[in-house]
Design a protein around this ligand. Structure first.
Ligand SMILES: *Cc1c(COP(=O)(O)O)cnc(C)c1O
Length: 296
């Protein structure tokens, strides 16, 4: 994967900057057209551990449009491992583009109904075998956070005052908190509605010294809930593409960019702030939309 890392760039967001605030974006989405930047970072040390323990197969969970599932299929293939994706819901007569791609990367797909999907511990026991290494849904866990901690080290990010990212499980954000400097603030935009346990879930991923670091979580930019994408959000995504040439996804990065624009307008950031947004990828998820909704 090392060769893909060279694709990552920092880009200025002209329409998100003014006399007082400058805003750049770290384009992890450029890593690979299908594999979400942040998912690959989170997976890297899990897969290393699979190799180190001599197991042959990784398994994890996700929905039909999961960035995590397709990234795991790809990364496993690159490292010579087998992969199994446990997919929520019955197999549709036609697979989603995400699952087709995962299958093409060699992943075995196992569909389970929603009821069964809820009890992951039980599935892990039933399917347990010594060759299998289970990764939590979304790559949540300290090993995932360790991988995400590398995100801020690829390019020089020390000049920024704020690092801002979209948050699902909080694993990526925990990684950013680990590497951010003491004068940098990490701000997370939660894409889930009422995810009140998030702060503790993030703290649990931090080491003893890191637990003291302050970070901010904002819970009011979910647009109705996970993966909800009202027309106003789609219009914003079109605008952002036209003005900045930055493609965004409906689940994570559109809500991140929207929130930052709104926060700048509301003077949330002190004058002189230098913001760095993390574009975490996820663009393949837009394939769940009808074609032609987006100009990119
Ligand atoms: C999974 C994902 C996130 C959220 O990452 P967490 O570590 O689960 O918080 C953000 N952006 C994109 C594009 C993702 O695919």
């Amino acid at each position: 994967m090392k060769e893909y890392i060279q694709n990552i760039k920092i880009q200025k967001l002209g329409h998100f900057s003014n006399d007082l605030i400058s805003t750049d974006i770290l384009r992890l989405d450029l890593l690979h057209p299908v594999v979400s930047g942040n998912k690959w970072f989170k997976l890297q040390y899990y897969l290393q551990e699979v190799l180190d323990t001599g197991k042959t197969t990784v398994a994890s969970f996700g929905g039909a449009y999961s960035n995590h599932i397709v990234a795991m299929a790809f990364a496993a293939k690159e490292m010579g491992l087998q992969s199994i994706g446990v997919i929520r819901g019955e197999a549709a007569s036609t697979l989603s583009p995400t699952l087709l791609q995962a299958k093409e990367y060699g992943m075995e797909l196992r569909f389970v109904d929603r009821e069964r999907y809820r009890n992951k511990e039980k599935m892990m026991q039933e399917w347990n075998n010594p060759e299998l290494f289970w990764i939590k849904e979304g790559g949540y866990g300290p090993i995932g956070a360790k991988g995400a901690a590398d995100i801020l080290t690829i390019l020089d990010t020390s000049r920024y005052t704020h690092i801002i990212c979209a948050v699902g499980t909080g694993t990526m954000m925990a990684g950013l908190i680990k590497t951010a400097g003491s004068r940098q603030t990490v701000v997370g935009i939660s894409v889930l509605k009422n995810h009140v346990a998030l702060e503790n879930e993030i703290r649990w991923l931090l080491g003893p010294a890191e637990k003291q670091r302050s970070f901010s979580l904002l819970h009011n930019y979910h647009f109705g809930g996970y993966a909800k994408h009202p027309p106003g959000l789609i219009a914003f995504m079109r605008d952002t593409w036209l003005t900045e040439k930055v493609p965004t996804d409906i689940v994570y990065t559109s809500k991140l960019l929207f929130s930052v624009k709104d926060l700048i307008e509301k003077n949330y950031f002190p004058p002189g702030s230098k913001l760095l947004l993390v574009h975490s990828g996820g663009l393949q998820g837009n394939k769940s939309l009808e074609p032609d909704r987006l100009p990119f």
